[in-house]
Design a protein around this ligand. Structure first.
Ligand code: GAR
Length: 210
């Protein structure tokens, strides 16, 4: 099995990227290797994390492009240049269109900080997700890793992990608990499963062979 090039897309702090880097150092990304990190924002701290670990970085600034179609085409070209086998959205806050999604079917995965189909879709990102979960009064929330399709947060689900919501939670405390207990665990695990060819998709659902 030849090594798989993992390209990680980021927009912010990059704690999920860090979880992937740490898993790689422990030999837990299976047949995959992070070969490039691409940021949609200049100065994202995720870029510093990549550089500190000698991973190639690129920036493709969203606001340099007039619309999502031209941005998506530029991203598609960058992903081809990087010979991406797997593309991971790790706190990547831009919804790419079919110019990218149709080129990499079932090769792009996203981590979302809630149990899809709850608190997902357009407008549900970052801290907003946890604000809405607390507003609704759910007793459990969690994280989901899924394949990316052109419809936001709607692709086949790979892994999910539930996390308890506490009575005195604030969006920030819930976010932290979900990151630590769910996102940083299931994202590297999903990447390993992908890189070791353990995931197949049938009728919009994933089947995972252990
Ligand atoms: C994470 O909680 C991630 O799940 C979320 O943004 C945060 C990024 O943190 N992503 C989304 O909301 C995408 N819809 P990070 O930059 O520290 O990984």
């Amino acid at each position: 099995m030849s090594k798989k090039n993992i390209v990680v897309l980021v927009s912010g702090g990059g704690t999920n990227l860090q979880a992937l880097i740490d898993a790689g150092k422990r030999g837990e990304l299976g047949n995959g290797e992070i070969t490039c990190v691409i940021s949609s924002k200049e100065g994202a701290y995720a870029l510093t994390r990549a550089k500190e670990n000698n991973i190639k970085t690129r920036t493709l600034i969203r606001k340099d492009y007039s619309d999502i179609a031209s941005y998506s085409k530029a991203m598609r070209d960058a992903l081809f240049e990087e010979n991406a086998d797997l593309i991971v959205y790790a706190g990547f806050m831009t919804i790419l269109d079919e110019n990218v999604c149709d080129e990499f079917p079932n090769k792009m995965i996203n981590v979302h900080p809630a149990l899809i189909p709850s608190f997902c879709g357009k407008g549900f990102y970052g801290l907003h997700v946890h604000e809405e979960a607390l507003k609704k009064g759910v007793k459990v929330s969690g994280a989901t890793v899924h394949f990316v399709t052109a419809e936001c947060d709607a692709g086949p689900i790979i892994l999910q992990k539930a996390v308890e919501v506490l009575d005195d939670d604030k969006p920030e405390t819930l976010q932290k608990r979900i990151m630590e207990n769910a996102e940083w665990k299931i994202l590297p695990e999903a990447v390993r499963l992908f890189c070791d060819d353990k995931i197949t998709v049938e009728n919009g659902k994933t089947i995972i062979s252990k």
